[in-house]
Design a protein around this ligand. Structure first.
Ligand SMILES: [Zn+2]
Length: 290
């Protein structure tokens, strides 16, 4: 996989270099059927497991990029978005002249399915409240954050994906997790973390926030509003994107938060500010350096 700079207004575009550079823009029109991961499909061409890279791009403040990939699946790496963020830090971001265009939420849009729920509401910033409720040993957990606060690189990106060991045979039978190993996911038994230590005591809910940010990137623009998710997952996240985009009265395009950035300076949500403001959440621990 290789990331290449793109002109302002391009958005995030995947390019299959093994298929004559066939392009699939990361937007709601190209969402494929999802269950355990979020995939994009245009025509008969698929790009699978896009959510962690999309999360890193949005979390780090990258609006325009071409993602060249020579296979149908993105690398899982360590199961988090941290390797992507570290790679971005090494090369830096280019500030483009055109102001960032947001999707500003004007009225609530909600999706409910049994006990699963997700909704997006008007609000300043990009607020996220996530509640999970999994079988032991995860249990219930809640996290509230705002992407505009600049916490993503330190507080969300390092959180790894996770799975229950007892689900492994079923997932392998479905053709999934063929590259899975203890190096790319937290593996859980009925009462313990098999391959600890965790990077955060609440790493699971942080990873769900990571996934949510990546899935909502398929709205095509950064969201200005507040998202509340309870027991949700990729299918609920992308269902919200589809419902939101369909209801044209629920949002408008907007430019920035108040003041426009001065020419030559980084946007408030730009990469540099994220790096310098690695503030922990109140009451939360910093990531375990292990
Ligand atoms: Zn994930």
């Amino acid at each position: 996989m290789r990331l290449v700079g793109a002109p302002a207004g391009s958005g995030i575009v995947f390019r299959r270099t093994d298929l004559d550079n066939f392009e699939i823009p990361a937007n709601g029109r190209n969402v494929a059927k999802v269950s355990y991961a979020t995939s994009l499909m245009r025509g008969s061409v698929l790009i699978s497991t896009t959510e962690h890279l999309l999360s890193a791009l949005v979390g780090y403040g990258v609006d325009n990029v071409i993602v060249e990939v020579d296979n149908l699946e993105l690398p899982i790496l360590d199961g988090s978005a941290l390797p992507y963020v570290q790679a971005f830090e090494q090369v830096g971001l280019k500030q483009q002249r055109r102001k960032r265009e947001y999707i500003r939420i004007l009225k609530p849009v909600e999706v409910r399915e049994g006990t699963k729920f997700i909704g997006v509401y008007p609000g300043a910033g990009y607020g996220i409240e996530y509640t999970i409720d999994f079988p032991a040993p995860i249990g219930q957990s809640h996290l509230s954050t705002d992407l505009e606060s600049g916490d993503y690189a330190a507080q969300i990106a390092p959180a790894r994906t996770f799975g229950f060991r007892e689900d492994e045979p079923m997932l392998r039978n479905m053709g999934l997790i063929r590259g899975a190993s203890p190096e790319c996911a937290i593996i859980l038994t009925k009462n313990a973390v098999q391959n600890g230590p965790l990077r955060f005591h609440d790493e699971f809910v942080r990873h769900k926030v990571l996934d949510l940010i990546g899935d909502l990137a398929l709205a095509g623009r950064r969201i200005q509003g507040r998202v509340i998710a309870e027991r949700a997952g990729h299918a609920m996240h992308t269902a919200l994107v589809e419902r939101l985009l369909r209801d044209r009265s629920a949002w408008e395009f907007a430019h920035g938060f108040g003041e426009a950035p001065e020419p030559g300076k980084l946007d408030a949500a730009g990469g540099e500010s994220l790096l310098r403001r690695n503030l922990p959440f109140p009451g939360e621990r910093l990531p375990n350096p292990a």
